[in-house]
Ligand binder design. Structure first.
Ligand code: NI
Length: 226
């Protein structure tokens, strides 16, 4: 599980919030895949609406260009983000995300390796609405700041606890990674983070950095599946 702080700027957050006030919303059950529908209680911005498509594309562009996100997920395909809203008393019970998703208006399918929630509401503006993820280290409960994102394995059971006051707005997406093996992806992410830290250290010899870069790219080459 990786938390990406401030994936969105203040200006971007308010832009999305303002625009999402103007779009049509559907019952979330309509877009739930398979078993998930029975436990899903929320609303989803209509993905067919042109304004929603535009917001989704805008967010997709931000995701694809974000170095931390690219480093952690090594995305091959990113599903156009969906926007969801939990009003008071709404929740999403434990479920696993669908393994295979058809990309909208395309013949391509996406294998969901990682799921990502981007928080759009200020955590102080609602009560409850925590994202709970079952991991090998037990349950992780996350309630991010507006603009923060959390990346987690799509294979993990997760839920959103009932919102007891206010409303919770978020964007969700799924990614197929170039590196399907989750432990390897995590090692590559660590290596990249270390390289990035060394890059900002003026005392590090260029040659050593080049060597580490070389190792990183050769590992990517070896473990990539496209
Ligand atoms: Ni889910």
């Amino acid at each position: 599980m990786v938390i990406i702080k401030q994936l969105l700027s203040e200006a971007q957050i308010s832009g999305f919030r303002d625009n999402l006030n103007l779009v049509p919303w559907l019952d979330g059950k309509e877009t739930a895949m398979g078993m998930a529908a029975s436990v899903k209680q929320n609303a989803q911005a209509n993905p067919e609406d042109p304004r929603v498509k535009q917001l989704s594309n805008q967010l997709l562009g931000i995701f694809g260009a974000h170095p931390k996100l690219v480093s952690a997920a090594l995305p091959h395909r990113i599903f156009p983000p969906c926007f969801n809203r939990y009003a008071t008393d709404e929740s999403y019970g434990f479920h696993v995300d669908a393994a295979i998703m058809r990309m909208p208006n395309s013949q391509d399918v996406l294998r969901s390796d990682m799921s990502m929630t981007t928080f759009l509401s200020d955590p102080d503006s609602y009560e409850g609405g925590e994202l709970v993820i079952q991991t090998e280290f037990g349950e992780q409960r996350i309630k991010g700041q507006a603009g923060d994102a959390v990346l987690y394995l799509s294979s993990s059971l997760h839920k959103v606890t009932p919102v007891t006051k206010g409303q919770r707005l978020a964007a969700i997406t799924w990614m197929q990674s170039l590196v399907p093996d989750a432990p390897m992806r995590s090692i590559l992410h660590e290596l990249d983070q270390s390289i990035q830290t060394l890059l900002s250290n003026p005392d590090i010899e260029r040659q050593e950095l080049d060597r580490l870069h070389h190792v990183y790219h050769n590992l990517i080459r070896q473990h990539t599946q496209v």
